[in-house]
Design a protein. Structure first.
Length: 511
């Protein structure tokens, strides 16, 4: 048996791997590979996860393909009624899902796990009202006695490939709309926290979703590659780091699929001299260190404009002194990082920043956690006097490290943001409406906050970045999601009578 270990920090305690989910039930699969899944707060292995091979992917795609015709033909009323029941069950039992995320696999604090479920639930609620969005248009007498109308068809089986940091919310950005519009789904969650996907699959079944409409394959690159090139998969929704997003986009589009691939981020917060510095400091701490910085919308670079830098750094430091780090079940502010490898990588960026001349104002490497010593701990870290050439600034770190840069003017700050290769989220803090409006217009970023540090759009808008933060044309959920998961057919129709006879080889014109 081949074993792929995600890290070597602890010994295995569980024997049966977390399984796939195919045709409405757990599916052990044929692959001989599995990986360890860690509880990051204890450093111990909480379970193993099966890693699908091509045969397992084939089995899941076959189930989704077989289930598609009946699901496509299920009335819109029934499809949305199932999603409505799912929403009710999810709302009543979300603490169970939060517990899985916090206690067994991801480690984020319980309130944060509940928060991500609630944001995912918003998309389910949006999908319950899909009827109005999925309907086409109709024009009577577009030409004399000729009617024209459009209908929106589902695509078929679609793949969703999700990252570790939102094991519930990111799948819920996609599958409610994919299902509501009549597609069937194969979800490939992150192998670091695979169990949330099974809980969601089981709940969809309880809500009445027919077998085979929603399937899960656990796995790594092998499973992803099989999905990207499978001829029955019609579309791919991916979320993860930028190099993998680019690879997924290139591979799946070359295989003829519709693709939306959301990538990494480096989100800046621009603080103008007139901003309320207390509110800006609160926002910087919340957005920099929530979920241990493992959020694609986390603020990782704060740009202080003009003379406010020192005062702002002092206010942020004061607030950081009160943050507690520990086991997510113990009412702490911040949990551990997801794996030991990731924790060490983030710590190495702090080392590099220090070597490069940044001032370490608050040092998370020396944190004393409220949790097991063997957990993957790294406390909130504040680096001041960071400059654009430092790796702590150029790279996406994805951890609790906030870098402060200084700019003399608004223009200098804006130029910094716009020359960054990422364009996911950004925020401006100011009391000057004119400056905020100018920023909103001039900044080259997909999601902009004005005095809002994590501007994740509500479910009836769409989520997506620009530049290297998104490959493809469609953002996630909202109207973009509806059009991503449907294709439009336009019908031009007339019912013949003798007046329509005669030969005319000219291009049809309306009369
Ligand atoms: P990741 O890119 O390592 O993994 C994402 C998915 O790709 C997982 O399902 C993983 O199994 C798979 N994968 C990993 N390596 C692969 C390979 N070589 N070939 C094919 N598939 C592969 O990302 P992660 O570490 O799980 O998540 C963190 C990243 O996701 C960060 O970069 C973060 O910014 C990004 N993210 C972006 C958004 C967004 O909306 N833009 C949201 C959440 C997370």
């Amino acid at each position: 048996m081949t074993t792929t270990d995600t890290t070597t920090a602890a010994s295995t305690t569980a024997s049966t791997p977390v399984s796939h989910w195919v045709n409405g039930q757990p599916y052990a699969g044929n692959a001989e590979r599995s990986a360890e899944v860690f509880n990051p707060a204890t450093g111990q292995v909480s379970s193993r996860v099966a890693l699908a091979g091509a045969e397992d992917v084939e089995h899941a795609v076959a189930a989704a393909t077989a289930a598609f015709p009946a699901w496509r033909d299920t009335s819109l009323a029934k499809r949305t009624a199932i999603l409505f029941t799912f929403r009710e069950l999810l709302n009543a039992r979300k603490h169970e899902l939060a517990e899985i995320i916090t206690a067994a696999e991801h480690g984020k604090v319980l309130s944060d796990a509940l928060g991500e479920i609630t944001r995912g639930q918003e998309v389910v609620e949006f999908a319950c009202g899909i009827a109005d969005l999925v309907k086409g248009g109709m024009t009577e007498n577009a030409s004399t006695n000729v009617d024209v109308y459009s209908v929106n068809h589902p695509l078929g089986p679609v793949a969703i490939i999700s990252p570790f940091n939102f094991p519930a919310m990111v799948p819920m950005w996609f599958f409610p709309l994919a299902l509501a519009t009549g597609n069937t789904v194969v979800l490939k969650p992150s192998e670091k926290d695979p169990s949330a996907s099974l809980w969601l699959a089981e709940l969809l079944g309880e809500a009445g979703l027919p077998d085979g409409v929603f399937n899960v394959v656990q796995g790594d690159k092998v499973a992803v590659d099989s999905l990207l090139t499978h001829s029955d998969i019609k579309a791919v929704s991916f979320v993860g780091s930028t190099p993998i997003a680019r690879y997924v986009y290139e591979t799946a589009t070359a295989a003829g699929k519709r693709v939306q691939a959301l990538g990494g981020a480096k989100n800046h917060m621009l603080v103008l001299p007139d901003a309320d510095l207390d509110l800006a400091a609160d926002a910087a701490v919340n957005a920099g260190f929530g979920s241990a910085g493992e959020r694609c919308m986390a603020i990782s670079a704060l740009v202080a404009v003009g003379p406010v830098g020192d005062e702002l750094v002092a206010k942020i430091t004061e607030r950081m002194n009160n943050l507690t780090v520990g086991d997510g079940r113990r009412n702490c502010d911040m949990g551990p990082l997801v794996t030991k490898d990731h924790r060490d990588k983030v710590a190495s960026y702090i080392d590099a920043g220090e070597r490069d001349g940044a001032v370490v104002v608050a040092d998370g490497r020396t944190v004393t956690p409220n949790g097991d010593e063997a957990g993957f701990w790294l406390g909130p870290t504040l680096l001041d006097q960071v400059t654009p050439g430092m790796s702590v600034y150029t790279d996406e770190i994805f951890g609790p490290v906030l870098s402060v840069l200084r700019a003399d003017t608004y223009e200098e700050g804006l130029e910094l943001i716009n020359s960054n290769p990422y364009g996911n989220g950004t925020a401006i803090f100011t009391n000057d409406g004119g400056a905020a409006r100018r920023f909103r217009d001039e900044v080259q970023v997909g999601m902009v906050g004005v005095n809002v540090p994590i501007p994740v759009p509500v479910a009836y808008y769409s989520f997506g970045g620009w530049k290297s933060s998104l490959f493809g044309d469609a953002h996630a959920y909202g109207h973009h999601g509806v059009s991503f998961y449907t294709r439009t057919k336009v019908v031009t129709e007339r019912w013949l009578d003798p007046s329509h006879g005669g030969i005319n080889l000219g291009f049809p014109q309306n009369d």
